[in-house]
Design a protein around this ligand. Structure first.
Ligand code: 5GP
Length: 213
């Protein structure tokens, strides 16, 4: 059985590139990921495991693998997680390594939408293995807009919003650690920019030859 962190150098062998998308809470990472899923089906979106309960409309195996704390412990101790973190001081979230390796070695552009702690773990893993991955920071148009989005979402109580705001401040300061920043002022534009970085093209889009160089 592999030790928890001794198999990370198998992560990004193969032609496809691993892309990690992170950014502050409520910047719209989930919306951009959903838009990627809808318009760029050639991109494989990693399905994270989480101990958080599902929200209405979330589907096990599509949006997350909703697992018990015991099952999460097992996945970590069996070395199945590429990275994992406690997010917002509450629930645990992690990226199962196997499917990431599988899709990358099958040549599929692969996207992880994870928090900053997870992005740092992946960065350390790929760096120490000398492998290729790109790290994309999704930024709000302004700090004021981020606060508006955070409060406007209305899915969390006041204490949870405070916690998320504090986390968002720390996350905003991490932007210089990333290779590229995409400003999420318009979801479709931000998604198209991300897809371009992934080397993906929208279904039905004109062939590359007719695009500007
Ligand atoms: P939510 O509970 O709103 O779906 O997600 C909360 C946060 O968890 C988001 O910032 C999201 O990026 C992060 N997250 C989702 N999946 C993972 C994961 O596999 N690993 C890490 N480190 N963070 C994750």
């Amino acid at each position: 059985m592999p030790a928890p962190h001794d198999a990370q150098d198998d992560v990004v062998r193969g032609p496809a590139r691993l892309t990690v998308l992170a950014g502050p809470t409520a910047v719209g990472k989930g919306t951009v990921s959903a838009d990627i899923r809808a318009r760029y089906p050639q991109v494989w979106l990693s399905v994270s495991a989480t101990t958080r309960p599902p929200r209405p409309g979330e589907v096990h195996g599509v949006h997350y693998l909703f697992v018990s704390p015991q099952e999460f412990d097992r996945m970590v101790s069996d070395g199945e997680m590429l990275e994992w973190a406690v997010v917002h001081g509450r629930h645990r979230y992690g990226t199962p390594r196997g499917p990431v390796v599988e899709h990358l070695s099958g040549g599929r552009p692969t996207l992880l939408e994870i928090d900053l702690q997870g992005a740092r773990q992946v960065r350390d893993a790929v760096r120490s293995a000398g492998l290729d991955a790109q790290f994309v920071f999704l930024a709000p148009p302004s700090r004021e807009e981020l606060v508006r989005r955070l409060v406007g979402r209305g899915t969390e109580d006041a204490a949870e919003r405070e916690r998320r705001l504090a986390t968002a401040e720390v996350e905003m300061a991490a932007e210089p650690e990333f290779d590229v920043t995409i400003v999420n002022d318009d979801v479709t534009r931000a998604t198209d920019e991300l897809a371009h970085l992934l080397g993906a093209r929208a279904e039905g889009a004109a062939p590359a030859a007719s695009q500007p160089a």
